[in-house]
Write a protein that binds this ligand. Structure first.
Ligand SMILES: *[C@@H]1O[C@H](CO)[C@@H](O)[C@H](O)[C@H]1NC(C)=O
Length: 497
């Protein structure tokens, strides 16, 4: 019976309204476990609500040029609210708009669910309940599952992410104080994971902070972040940035066992692409990658002001020298040791100084305070480094400045995709310096005709473990300084013009 009904759902999905809005009250397989599964009437009622809610959403979809096939539920809810408040027409039907669990699973990189109504967290079972008295909803328990992390396509890392269950509960069956609210919040929740690859700078920005910015910006800091796979160090490291996105303390979803109550919650994050914000996917034109960078600037300013006042104090006698140096354009070098290090780095630094740069060499580790790095990078004209996670710091550069990425053999695709292209989107003057065979330490290890040197693509095509084993963890760079000098001179003239 259930199977049959589901077939009907499939059929209806072919119809127009469903195409427009395929995610409203999406039935989940697990809902088949509910005791009431053998009641076809219920299913029809549900279908009716499905279709009718689509009609509610559908008109708005024609107002806005949404990307095809995507039903941006959060935006449509927002648009409905906006429209209602702007035109002051009838309020939206409470049963459909005010109580809902809507999941958008169309994204390649992430799923995201939206809840409205009487929302209560239940940390021990990793659940968020939606309490309702709406018969249409209560007669058929709805349950959605979601892993609130933005690397949906990478099954192995997703296995490390705890699933969150979103479940409807009948408010009439709410006895005693079992689920009574212990903390009541007037602002919405955004729940996401800081597990997975968190610990790597690129992933922290790409999988976490930028998606968090995209998802939560519209709440204007009136939002509470609920975090699964929470790490204290992460909160410390990004405290400055988080305070620009939310006025409220974080909730550690695993450790904080209290029942938190919300009227609205988003579970999961929207993500657009590598270290970027796609303007065509946001309604509001103040959500951009440049605005994200401005947010970083605001985030780090107080700390930098404090750093500067103590520096003034300490280096007062060196002020004259600093003033002389300050006239020179600054080049910041992200230095690596071990793999992908530049073996003639000292000579490269001297060369840059001779050309006229004031050079600052940074070797950040996981404990280095980001505000300090921001301070250096934000005051630089040129940033140089060998392809790797530290290139994420290009986000700290002022638009218009020069970013030189040194690209070891076999890393072209990753270098361009993860950093080169996003840097251009931020408005940086990006230069990819592809090293020649003889600038690679692999040149001494392999025969000139070995495909490792001659045709890196043929090796990297074989899979990530080959790219990693041969090119990422076992290669160093010995710059041809005559060749690199041209790049530096070019960067210098751009810096002083
Ligand atoms: C970054 O640099 C710009 C331009 O030099 C400056 O106005 C801004 O205050 C700097 N940001 C911080 C946080 O120091």
């Amino acid at each position: 019976m259930v199977r049959q009904s589901r077939k009907k759902i499939e059929q209806i999905k072919e119809d127009e309204p469903m195409k427009v809005c395929p995610y409203v009250f999406r039935l989940n397989k697990s809902s088949g476990n509910s005791k009431k599964r053998s009641k076809p009437k219920i299913i029809y009622l549900l279908l009716f609500s499905l279709i009718s809610s689509c009609f509610v959403f559908a008109p708005h979809l024609f107002y806005f040029p949404y990307p095809s096939a995507l039903c941006l539920i959060d935006s449509s809810i927002k648009e409905i609210e906006d429209q209602v408040s702007q035109t002051n027409t009838e309020p939206p039907k409470p049963s459909i708009i005010e109580e809902s669990i809507l999941c958008d699973r169309a994204g390649y990189r992430s799923d995201i669910c939206f809840m409205k109504g009487d929302i209560r967290t239940h940390s021990p079972s990793s659940s968020i309940f939606l309490f309702t008295s709406n018969d249409i909803i209560t007669d058929h328990v709805m349950q959605e599952q979601i892993k609130p992390y933005t690397r949906k396509w990478e099954t192995s890392i997703m296995e490390t992410i705890r699933e969150v269950k979103l479940v409807t509960k009948d408010v009439k069956k709410l006895f005693g104080d079992k689920h009574s609210c212990q903390v009541i919040h007037e602002v919405p929740a955004v729940l996401f994971s800081t597990g997975g690859y968190t610990g790597n700078l690129y992933h922290e920005f790409n999988d976490g902070l930028i998606p968090l910015y995209i998802t939560s910006k519209r709440f204007n800091k009136k939002v509470i972040f609920v975090i699964s796979e929470y790490h204290k160090w992460w909160e410390m490291k990004y405290g400055d940035v988080l305070s620009q996105l939310s006025d409220y303390p974080l909730i550690d979803f695993t450790k904080d066992k209290r029942t938190h109550c919300f009227k609205e919650a988003i579970v999961g994050l929207r993500i657009h692409g590598e270290l970027s914000v796609d303007p065509s996917l946001v309604q509001d034109d103040t959500t951009t990658i440049n605005e994200f960078r401005n947010l970083l600037d605001r985030a780090y300013r107080p700390r930098i002001n404090r750093l500067e006042s103590t520096e003034e104090h300490r280096f007062h006698s060196k002020a004259a020298k600093r003033r002389r140096m300050a006239n020179r354009p600054k080049l910041v070098l992200f230095s690596r040791t071990g793999s992908r290090a530049i073996t003639n780095e000292d000579l490269m630094v001297k060369l840059a100084q001779r050309i006229g740069f004031q050079v600052e060499v940074l070797r950040p580790d996981r404990k280095t305070e980001l505000a300090k790095i921001y301070k250096v990078v934000n005051s630089s004209h040129v940033m140089v480094g060998v392809h790797g996670a530290a290139m994420t710091h290009f986000l700290f550069m002022k638009p218009g400045s020069v970013f030189i990425q040194i690209i070891p053999l076999g890393t072209d695709w990753a270098a361009e995709t993860y950093y080169g292209e996003p840097a251009k989107k931020l408005g940086l003057d990006y230069i990819g310096y592809k090293i020649l065979q003889r600038e690679s330490s692999l040149y001494d290890k392999y025969d000139k005709n070995d495909p490792v040197l001659r045709d890196p693509n043929s090796i990297t095509q074989k899979g990530w473990q080959f790219t990693k084993g041969i090119y990422l963890t076992n290669q160093q760079v010995r710059l041809d300084l005559r060749r690199f000098k041209k790049i530096l001179i070019d960067a210098y003239s751009k810096s002083i013009s």
